[in-house]
Design a protein around this ligand. Structure first.
Ligand code: MN
Ligand code: MN
Length: 324
């Protein structure tokens, strides 16, 4: 079969019903042959970093299921993301259930191999702990990264249960390990109760910019984008980490640590589309926990966020109006 005709193409849903066949992200081909590919969807089904409700190990399966309605053309961004990026579903990186450091080692090793091919991975967790080995892998190839982090929580706590690794400590470790530029790290959407007011002071003490959900609400998404640009500029590569619990539990109930008063679907779409002014070199979306989902709405939202991110990357690559 001519791989040129397969890669980057979805199964034609006007000929083959969406509910038939083997489920891949957006009905893209599943392959580990990355020749000619510029972006991949990949899962990291690991949730032993969670401190409350688990289930994010089923995130990649859920998001693939939620992606079956994604069509080839994004009319808002005016782009065919999967064709521009010649995107495929790489499948999952295998974790070691119950063993966080062993999982980190495996993820870092395989992702580094994939990244050497020069493509942009769109990574689906798993809980947020998986972002640490991902950042280690990126750091090997790109050096210190600017970071845009969308989350109800900053995940900058020092330890949970006396342990260094977990989904609430990932960006503290990333900072300590020198994986991210502390002065060019922005956390967006923080809200909910804390252990003490020291939690926030600690984050700002690390040099990070915090844009709370209150600020998002009072300033609006467009001003948030402007503020991100003021903090990190638009010239250099940026990594984007998106925790689905940044979204309101009414639209994203399927997650481990829900907080009330989050982003709406439309705010999320606008925020993601606004990222077109940055050069995104990698993206993860984490904490989708299908066992706590209702009618698949969290997975549906997550799949659409992946679609918008792919579109943003395709547009900033210069693929606007491609194939139309
Ligand atoms: Mn998180
Ligand atoms: Mn969170």
């Amino acid at each position: 079969m001519d791989s040129d005709k397969i890669e980057g193409r979805q199964v034609d849903s006007t000929r083959s019903p969406r509910f038939s066949g083997v489920t891949t992200f957006a009905r893209l081909p599943h392959t580990k042959d990355l020749s000619g590919v510029e972006s991949v969807f990949m899962g990291i089904p690991f949730d032993d970093g969670t401190v409350f409700r688990s289930g994010a190990r089923f995130g990649p399966k859920g998001v693939r299921e939620g992606s079956l309605l994604l069509r080839p053309y994004n009319p808002v961004m005016k782009v065919r993301p999967f064709e521009v990026l010649r995107m495929v579903d790489y499948g999952d990186l295998d974790p070691v259930p119950g063993y966080i450091e062993e999982t980190f080692g495996r993820v870092e090793a395989e992702l580094t191999r994939v990244m050497r091919k020069g493509l942009v991975p769109l990574i689906c967790g798993g809980d947020h702990s998986i972002t640490l080995p991902v950042l280690r892998s990126f750091n090997r190839l790109y050096g210190k990264l600017k970071l845009i982090h969308v989350d109800a929580h900053a995940d900058c706590w020092d330890k949970h249960f006396g342990m260094s690794y977990g989904h609430g400590t990932v960006f503290r470790r990333a900072s300590e390990e020198g994986l991210i530029e502390d002065n060019e790290t922005v956390h967006i959407g923080l809200r909910g109760s804390l252990y003490s007011d020291r939690d926030l002071r600690d984050i700002e003490g690390m040099g990070h910019r915090v844009i709370t959900m209150d600020e998002v609400e009072s300033d609006g998404i467009d001003d948030v984008i402007t503020e991100i640009e003021r903090c990190i500029g638009s010239s250099r590569s940026v990594y984007v980490s998106f925790d689905i619990d940044s979204c309101d539990p009414s639209i994203a109930p399927g997650t481990g640590t829900p907080e009330v008063g989050g982003l709406t679907t439309r705010e999320v779409m606008r925020l993601i589309r606004g990222l077109v002014r940055f050069k995104i070199v990698g993206f993860d979306l984490v904490e989708v926990s299908p066992p706590y989902d209702v009618g698949g709405i969290t997975s549906l939202l997550a799949a659409n966020i992946f679609y918008e991110v792919a579109s943003v990357i395709a547009v900033s690559k210069g693929g606007k109006d491609f194939g139309t």
